[in-house]
Design a protein around this ligand. Sequence first.
Ligand code: ADP
Ligand code: MG
Length: 591
Amino acid sequence: MKRSHLTAAAAILLLVLPFAPVPDFWITQLNYIGLFSLVVLGLVLLTGVGGLTSFGQAAFAGVGAYATGYLSVVLGLSPWLGLVAGLAITLVLALVIGLLTLRMSGHYLPLATICWCLALYFLVGNLEPLGKYDGLLGLPAVQLGDFSFQSERRMYLLIWLAALLAALAVTRLLDSRPGRIMRALNTNRGGGATMPEAMGASTFRYKLVMFVIAALLASVSGWLYAHMQRSVNPSPFGIKFGIEYLFMAVLGGIGTVGGAFTGAALVKLAEDQLKVVLPLVFGGSGNYEIIVFGVVLVLVLRFAPDGLWPLIARWLPGAGKRAVDEGAPALSARSHPERGAPLLDVRAIRKHFGGLVAVNDISFAIRAGDIVGLIGPNGAGKSTTFNLVSGVLPLTSGEVELLGQRMDGRGSRDIARAGLSRTFQHVKLVPDMTVLENVALGCYLRTKSGTLAAMLGLDRAEERQARAEAMRQLRRIGLAEQAHELAGNLALGPQRLVEIARALASDPSLLLLDEPAAGLRHKEKEALAEVLKQLKAEGLSLLLVEHDMDFVMKLTDRIVVMEFGRWLMEGTPAEVQASPAVRAAYLGADE
Ligand code: ADP
Ligand code: MG
């Protein structure tokens, strides 16, 4: 049995459960688990995948609950209108909060979500029309035609339908064009924002999208909760619950869909048991379960930092690798410049790091079809030059022109769109994505599917094309065998090759390779040289930093030599080899 069959069976079982003679107590328990799972699914995306911590999800649930409470009780409107209104208000609030806080670094977002959760709690608790701290009573049941979701057993259907659909949507999203960018955001080896931006994606936009999705899921949970309870009051939407949702996510396995359900179920079930057992042990009443949760959290973080779901998943059948349909139609290609046409013109670029001038008025030009080498001793400023040309770092001064367009002052996203792609000296792959997925990330600008299309599964045709393209590039670079392995399991040499395949998947006019042969064995180096020669034969232009002189000399048409940030000379491999100045630079710096 495959993992997907097991999941489908579990989903069907969950949906038929209320028709079986299951005691009401367990229906209620499962209702809460479903409601919590919805919120935690949002956190899986936001915190687990995106690395953005929010303590405020309970407040978004509160917005969903109060919107429908007010509309249905005070204005007498349909709960369905309440749902729409709740989602609309949540959307606006999440956009405003996200726009204000997501650009700030690290701890500002968590702090802002705490403030916002506290503020909403006291706001609704003090508003006369919302019933102050007593809340609103007598919410109507949700109606669908003549069917009324008036009992908990009937609400179960709505709750679990919503939870399972959300799980499906999030699962699809994570395995899609936007999802690959989202998964790259939180890994340092994915480069944080640097790599996805260099692939042409706006990382800020995706952070905002994740924040909004998480908020909307919480809002739906609040709506369902309100019509299950048939009343709303502020207490379930306070900061305590905001923290508890995060606790569920961490306990279950932050970053995995299965973890959301595991965490929600464990916390709900444990809380109920502990509430009964602990007062018997300690005597009297009190929220003793909080203490136990604190201890459990520390233990989980210490011994199972990825949460409990991975431990469970180990016993389940494997997900199995999805075949690549290599016959899928090719993605659109860009029109490349004619051989010999001016491609890149770098004019007196300069970069200061404080007092250090890492790149000091470097100029060179590349024509279409050239392979140009950039060499120099360690610390000469080669990687910094790459970062300036590709827009990863802003210039202190100077001009860069790519295909007749001025690129200085533009970010790496625009430069990627104009036709430049690159690899990184410090490899930036997403270690827990497969090699194939990492390469497919390079297709970002050649594909279009957005977040909604991905969640609805409307991107499948394009996904097949992207995966086929990724496979083609892997085949080209000699890594087709490893396509379904996790990128993090590869040795450093092959990881560099994966980066080249990823850059090629973007169909660039100019390819920048920073030390592509470092860490490769002799045979692998020869194979790489063959690939690069073939790329040149196909008309691709290359700028290449490499320490292996033999490799550089055999491959390049021209070489630019740098030393201490300065331009030392430019010439053919033979001229560079014969130059006493170059020899002196190398001997002086390395020994
Ligand atoms: P290369 O790639 O030629 O070995 P780099 O371009 O990496 O050299 O570095 C050139 C110089 O700039 C080095 O002295 C390095 O320490 C410095 N440098 C590089 N990046 C930074 C940075 N982000 N901040 C400060 N100094 C830097
Ligand atoms: Mg370098």
